[in-house]
Each structure stands twice: as structure tokens, then as C-alpha cells.
Write a new protein. Structure first.
Length: 256
């Protein structure tokens, strides 16, 4: 490689490294009196960005206020990404374990939890949905928002949902209608039968938030099924995107 080309290569590598270390602060308006702040990673994976299905799930979680009902609840978020749902749960007083296979995403959750004053309520833990040798962490509720990016992840999530249900947990799955949902449905039916789950727990009906009760009622078992699918139709995705405000980038080293 010629000297000029080498210099260009080193400059490009340096630029990529700088981008990897930069975070974009975002604020998400969940309703008129509550805005939650977190961060996205510039040039990072899709798991380090905030997606409309997560916004829809977070809005439903905090809608109506649920601090009294959720104060002693243990929540496990699978594929937490930038942690919006975990932060929403913590804002309601729940104890949250945010899990992801992306360690950088988990760092973002930790930074956001500290910035929002929720460090005492949110823990982070590396967890691979596809690693069958790892048991799902125990809790009262498992939450997964927009995790089905591939057929393998959809099937893996279905297995984790069945595992959670077999442990007596409630399960919330939010999805924007990805084609991989059929892989999720097929695997859930298979694994549900293997684990001898009740027939009603071997399939998941996805409904819009307006068609189901409040999150706190669902958690307390007074409304809805133990396995709940939250649908996000395209007409609502744009509204969820408008709730996200992105601010000037910062170096993550300044936030630690």
C-alpha cells in the first residue's frame, strides 16, 4: 500500500473509531407529563438505536400511572437495546433487569439509567436469546420490543417466551408486523406443546394498545392473557417516530 493510501486508511480508521465512541442523546415523549432520555450509538448496530415498537411499548407501559402496582415487580427486558422500555418500567417504580447480547448497548442503558436517576432500579446483564445453554433470568414479567429482526431471532424469542411462561411469568412482546412474526408463531406452537403449556399460551394474538387494558392491570393479572402481543401498525409508526428528538452528539467518555 502506498504512503498516501496508508494515510487515508489510517484517517478512515480514526474517523470510524471516533464515531463508535460518540453517542447521540435522545429524548422520547411518552406522554404530556413524561419524557424519557437515553442515548443512541452513532454508526452502531440496530440494537443501539431506538425503534417505533419500543416507543409504542414504553408509551403503553407508563400510560395511566402505575407506580403503586409496579413498585415490587421484577421486570426482565430481553433485547433491551437503548433501554427505553427498561427506563419506562423503572419510572413506574419497577425493578428491572435489562439484558442484551450487545455489550455496548448495555453500557448505553447503564449511562441512561444513571442520567435519569434510576441506577438503583435498573441492572444490566449480558444474555443471548439464542444460547440454549443459558437460562432466562427470573422475574415477574418478561418484555421484548422489536426483537424479531431475523427468522432465527424470532424462533429464539418464541422459545424464551415459552420458557418464561413455564416459569409462571407474564410476557409482553411488541412487534411492528415484521414478516418473521410467522416464524415466531410457528416456534411458539412447537415449544409450547413440548413444555405442556396451556393451549391458550401456544399462540400470541397481537393487538393495538387501544384494544387492551392498562399495563398495570395486565401485570397484576386483572386484565388480559399471560402472553400479550402489542401490535404497531404502519399508521402509528410515524407517530412514534415523531416522539423521538435527537440532540447533539457527545463523547461517551464524558458520561461515564
Amino acid at each position: 500500500m502506498q504512503a498516501g493510501a496508508k494515510r487515508c486508511w489510517y484517517m478512515l480508521c480514526g474517523l470510524i473509531a471516533q464515531q463508535a465512541d460518540a453517542l447521540t442523546p435522545i429524548s422520547v415523549r411518552l406522554h404530556d407529563s413524561l419524557t424519557i432520555s437515553t442515548y443512541e450509538s452513532v454508526g452502531g448496530s440496530y440494537g443501539r438505536q431506538t425503534w417505533p415498537a419500543s416507543v409504542a411499548a414504553a408509551c403503553w407501559i407508563v400510560d395511566g400511572g402505575a407506580e403503586a402496582q409496579l413498585r415490587n415487580c421484577r421486570m426482565v427486558e430481553v433485547g433491551s437495546g437503548t433501554g427505553l422500555c427498561s427506563l419506562a418500567l423503572a419510572s413506574c417504580g419497577a425493578s428491572v433487569l435489562a439484558t442484551d447480547v450487545d455489550k455496548e448497548a448495555l453500557s448505553i442503558v447503564g449511562i441512561a439509567a444513571k442520567a435519569c436517576g434510576h441506577s438503583s432500579l435498573i441492572r444490566t446483564e449480558f444474555f443471548d436469546v439464542l444460547d440454549r445453554s443459558s437460562a432466562l433470568p427470573m422475574g415477574d414479567v418478561m418484555v421484548a420490543a422489536d426483537v424479531m429482526y431475523s427468522a432465527s431471532l424470532a424462533r429464539g424469542l418464541a422459545r424464551r417466551c415459552a420458557e418464561a411462561l413455564s416459569m409462571g411469568m407474564r410476557v409482553l412482546v411488541a412487534d411492528p408486523g415484521r414478516p418473521t412474526r410467522r416464524d415466531f408463531d410457528a416456534e411458539l406452537a412447537i415449544v409450547g406443546a413440548e413444555l405442556n403449556l396451556d393451549a391458550s399460551l401456544r399462540s400470541c394474538t397481537f393487538r393495538e394498545a387501544a384494544d387492551i387494558g392498562s399495563f398495570s392491570e395486565w401485570v397484576c393479572g386483572t386484565s388480559g392473557d399471560r402472553l400479550l402481543g402489542l401490535d404497531l401498525p404502519p399508521s402509528q409508526a410515524s407517530e412514534c417516530r415523531r416522539r423521538i428528538t435527537r440532540h447533539a452528539q457527545v463523547a461517551d467518555s464524558t458520561l461515564l
